[in-house]
Ligand binder design. Sequence first.
Ligand code: PLP
Length: 451
Amino acid sequence: MTAPTKSDIWRKDRDHLLHPYTDFSCFREEGSQVIEKAEGMYVTDQDGNRLLDGIAGLWCVNIGHGRKDMAEAIAAQVMDMQYYNPFGHSTNIPASELGAKLAALAPGDLNHVYYTCGGSTANDAAIRLVHYYFEMKGQHRKKKIISRDAGYHGATYVAASLTGIHGTKLGFDRIGEDFIHHVSAANMYAKPEGMSEDEFCDFLVDEFERRIHQLGPDNVAAFIAEPIMGAGGVLVAPKGYHKRMYDVCKAYDMLYIADEVVTAFGRLGEWFASEAVFGMTPDILVCAKGITSGYIPLGATMITSEIYDVIAHPQCEGGVFSMGLTYFGHPVACAAALKNMEIMESEGMLGNAKEVGPYLQETAKSLLNLPIVGDVRGSHLMMGIDLVADKKTKAPHGAGVSEAIFKKCLDRGVIVRPVGDRIVISPPIIINREECDMIVNAISESITEYL
Ligand code: PLP
């Protein structure tokens, strides 16, 4: 069979695919970038351009692309048993092995796992578990959720309603404005002039507590937050913020949901960031992406034994937890996750992220010398770069510039991600120092050329 030409693929793509977060009209002229091969830190497009992947596919290819051992583990599971339904008492070996492994690695007593198909469905599961939990406790009114402006929690209806990025709201009605509420983003770069980090933290915690009172503590069930906001611009909260928000949750009998879809599995040098980096153990921990390094879709929602004990009571009214995904605990996805974690362990990848991550953060600070770079921030292998029209007022430069920088970086063989008026970097956690330099140099040269 002859390989399809680029124009064949473009035409089929343009005529049939609805790409996410994409202006469909741009396909009329431009067509898509066709990525054909991927290996290690690099992907190769159909013209043979080898590109350094500075965004790990989409925050997910943590162990790097194209691993034969991953392909073999996936193939072996398909040959053994590719699928059987997971309902009731039926299970499979990889799903149960992975459950035990996640419980062993997760902080505290996050011992129970609900598997999904990705991060959005895992957040939906988290909210359903919260509601189910309070229902089982007889607190029928305790259902409202507090999320944050600029938070990103996914694309299914509930996850998108949790999301606080306003540009994502066009064309869908958020699920009951009365069910999900947003408080301010922990955006240190946008904090009021003259306010210290501690004062800003006080402000955010006070605002949260006031919102709980406004809504009525008996009505508010949970708070959801990413340890570091990803798609919202890699926003690192003030010191102590997460622990204090957790303490407020406890004071009002609320659950804290940590959305670790991006931060788990090595991006911050740890299996999970909540406890190891931010000193708090959430009641519910959501992960996806790096759990399989994107080799196959999988999400996981972990709950504590305390929540489990409540929802595991015999159900008096004949109800059960009815989130019945066909692909819960998919054996092939779980086998991929187990192999992925084995590779991370045996090749010391978390250690690499811990060692190289700070180097990336340090090196990228040089970008602050450029006239339109207002802020460079992040932690380990997550970084956001704000492009501003004026460093003093911090007025954003406008979305067009990040797209232009993205294209110029591509010309230099490096993929970065334009997000509004920011550039985001989230490379595979196998990255070395030389590759960090390549990314930073490509951004620096691209901005200089743009000016
Ligand atoms: N939560 C966070 C923090 C994310 O960054 C994402 C995706 O980028 C999601 C949830 C949604 O995950 P998915 O796209 O796998 O549904």
